[in-house]
Design a protein around this ligand. Structure first.
Ligand code: GLV
Length: 321
């Protein structure tokens, strides 16, 4: 009998075909996020799960799924999964690194540019019929070219963001848990600085760290106060890295100029305070959302799940076997 898996969200047909060649697959064609009780009931007799960041894979769920051998997340981040609980039960946890770096970096740049040049505000102005003519001080924005970019988190996505800065003649500062190799610093023309220096110097502060206990509210009231009043914050990493209530307050008071956000605390139930602000550009967690990249992510997750359930090493296992 083939190993049995649950695919918690709708995926592309070619991914399902790949899975079905090796495994018995229970899909979720409605794409409705499965409530915890339903997830538990459906997963109770499965050997694996291909899931998304909308699924919480916690120890109570794992305890209810005695056959489970692999959790294949369709994401590079895996803060939705209790990895130590999986490891304790010998369950492999896998993610999708690499395939979404460039696409996510593009979205970060889209947020930087749109926020600096007030694009969503400008479009609303036009759509609302407020545009009656040209004037010199109309919707004045901030220059991106020749500005200072501060990247917090210099992993693969941070590096892809930094590479793009060369085309805008930007000065690049970064902060990371570990300083990257000198050769890479040279290639990226990026200078390692302490977090406080980055916050004080950068015109654009871009967050690219995973969410975990150490990065919870990494940017709160104190950090926002260290930034320039003209600075722009961009977060396309994870909700919870920023204290959203503190950010709303800082944006309303002019502590910083603006923010571009693709992720929120408690998403999709984000803090409605953002909606009252003009100096934000908001997106619904679509950093990796191009067809090619979402397909590559789902295919990567499928290959990981198939590998574990057919007795091979998963290419992207995050916990040691
Ligand atoms: C998306 O947010 C991901 O972690 O892949």
């Amino acid at each position: 009998m083939k190993p049995r898996i649950l695919v918690t969200r709708e995926v592309f047909d070619e991914v399902l075909a790949q899975l079905c060649a090796e495994l018995e697959v229970e899909p979720n064609p409605t794409d409705r996020p499965l409530p915890p009780e339903e997830l538990r009931a459906r997963l109770a007799d499965k050997d694996g799960v291909m899931c998304a960041l909308t699924d919480r894979i916690d120890s109570a769920l794992i305890d209810a799924c005695p056959r489970l051998r692999v959790v294949g997340n369709i994401a590079v981040g895996y803060n939705n999964i209790d990895v130590p609980a999986c490891s304790a039960r010998g369950i492999a946890v896998t993610n999708t690194p690499g395939v979404l770096d460039e696409t996510t970096a593009d979205l970060v740049w889209a947020l930087m540019l749109a926020t600096a040049r007030r694009l969503t505000e400008a479009e609303a102005y036009l759509r609302n019929g407020e545009w009656t003519g040209w004037y010199l001080k109309q919707l004045l924005g901030t220059d991106v070219h020749h500005a200072t970019l501060g990247i917090i988190g210099m992993g693969r996505i941070g590096q892809a963001i930094a590479r793009r800065a060369a085309g805008f003649d930007m000065r690049v500062l970064y902060h990371n848990r570990k300083r990257v190799e000198p050769a890479l610093e040279r290639a990226l023309q990026a200078r390692y600085v302490a977090m406080d220096e980055l916050l004080a110097e950068a015109d654009f502060v871009v967050l690219q760290v995973p969410y975990c206990a150490a990065t919870h509210h990494l940017i709160g009231a104190a950090e926002l106060a260290r930034m320039k009043p003209s600075a722009i914050l961009v977060n396309a990493a994870r909700g919870g890295v920023v204290d959203d209530a503190a950010l709303i307050e800082a944006l309303a008071r002019g502590t910083i100029r603006a923010a571009g956000l693709d992720v929120f605390e408690g998403e999709p139930h984000f803090n409605r305070g953002f909606l009252a602000l003009k100096n934000v550009v908001l997106a619904p967690h679509v950093g990796s959302s191009t067809r090619a990249t979402r397909l590559a992510m789902a295919m990567t997750a499928a290959h990981n799940v198939i590998a574990v359930l057919t007795g091979r090493a998963a290419p992207n296992r995050v916990n040691p076997p």
